[in-house]
Design a protein around this ligand. Structure first.
Ligand SMILES: NC(=O)c1ccc[n+]([C@@H]2O[C@H](COP(=O)([O-])OP(=O)(O)OC[C@H]3O[C@@H](n4cnc5c(N)ncnc54)[C@H](O)[C@@H]3O)[C@@H](O)[C@H]2O)c1
Length: 288
């Protein structure tokens, strides 16, 4: 019986925009008990903890020595290393927000700590649990598309995100904040790894505003078996765009194809054309 299961005691490090979503999801989950929220900013930690009726702290040591069994890390992109390693060394299971890190050295250090700790460790690639992507995956797993031939994946944000929403965008960039999602989802959908990559980036608009990162990047990947996929990302989409997020994906195989797009969201063209279902959350994120 589902509800007789023992609940997992959980903590969250980082009580900002996305940590608040972790709290919402974890608090509502029937098998989790949200116990402790940690943020260096006392007001953020307390405000979020009060909302969900749990304890708060500003100290990673307190989180490490608490009885929580698993911790999610939602600190800024370039600040995942210290809290992740601290929690792993304390024997906690850890889920880190994407990107795992913004440098190879940080990524290797976190992975070494995870290997050493022998706990459960994962990066939050939540597109894998989104009904649209799961729907797409089921067609590919059934073989309806045949061997992958080519694809296109775009994940972009309006310029509001780096200039107004995030306080640390100059320490990250669209390649860290956005690309991990689409690159993970394409690898997962076609079950192949990339073998070659060519990429071009543009700088100037954001750096002109004092935010030192790429404006936009296009990359052409070749995957095992020869399929090629173009990935593109922009952090300078004008705020006049209909959504904060612009997310599109198309995949073509030897027999069929599919596209995730606006209204209806999943188009599938195999032996027939059909649009199995629609989902609002991808297309309306951030705007009413
Ligand atoms: N905002 C989004 O839409 C979104 C979506 C998906 C994933 N994410 C990811 O979630 C992570 C957090 O993003 P955000 O938008 O919530 O950032 P944010 O700036 O809103 O929040 C980050 C919080 O971490 C705290 N913090 C920093 N270092 C800390 C430390 N050592 N210990 C405890 N707290 C610390 C900060 O005080 C801040 O409150 C990022 O990796 C981001 O890529 C964000």
């Amino acid at each position: 019986m589902a509800n007789s299961r023992k609940k997992v005691r959980l903590g969250i490090v980082g009580a900002g925009i996305w940590g608040s979503n972790h709290a919402l999801a974890l608090h509502d989950h029937p098998h989790t008990d949200l116990k402790l929220i940690c943020d260096l900013d006392e007001v953020r930690a307390k405000t979020l903890a009060d909302k969900f009726g749990c304890a708060w702290t500003t100290s990673l040591d307190s989180m490490a020595s608490s009885d929580v069994q698993a911790v999610t890390i939602a600190t800024p992109d370039h600040l995942h290393r210290d809290p992740a390693i601290h929690m792993l060394q304390a024997g906690k299971h850890v889920l880190v927000e994407k990107p795992l890190a913004t440098s190879i050295a940080d990524a290797r250090a976190i992975l070494a700590a995870a290997d050493q700790a022998g706990v459960k460790f994962m990066v939050d690639f939540h597109a894998r649990w989104h009904p649209l992507f799961m729907g797409a995956k089921s067609y590919i797993e059934r073989g309806d598309l045949g061997n992958p031939v080519m694809g296109y994946a775009r994940l972009s944000d309006t310029i509001y995100v780096p200039t107004e929403m995030l306080g640390w965008s100059g320490r990250s960039g669209p390649e860290w904040f956005l690309f991990p999602h689409v690159m993970d989802v394409v690898r997962w959908l076609i079950a192949r790894e990339p073998v070659e990559v060519y990429a071009k980036g543009h700088r100037g608009v954001l750096s002109g505003k004092g935010i030192d990162c790429f404006d936009a990047i296009q990359a052409l990947f070749t995957f095992e078996g020869g399929a090629s996929v173009t990935f593109e990302t922009s952090w300078i989409v004008p705020n006049s765009y209909t959504n904060v997020v612009d997310n599109r994906l198309s995949l073509y195989g030897e027999k069929g194809g599919l596209e995730l797009r606006n209204e209806p969201n999943l188009w599938v063209f195999t032996d027939r054309f059909h649009t199995p279902f629609a989902s609002e959350s991808v297309t309306r994120y951030g705007k009413a």
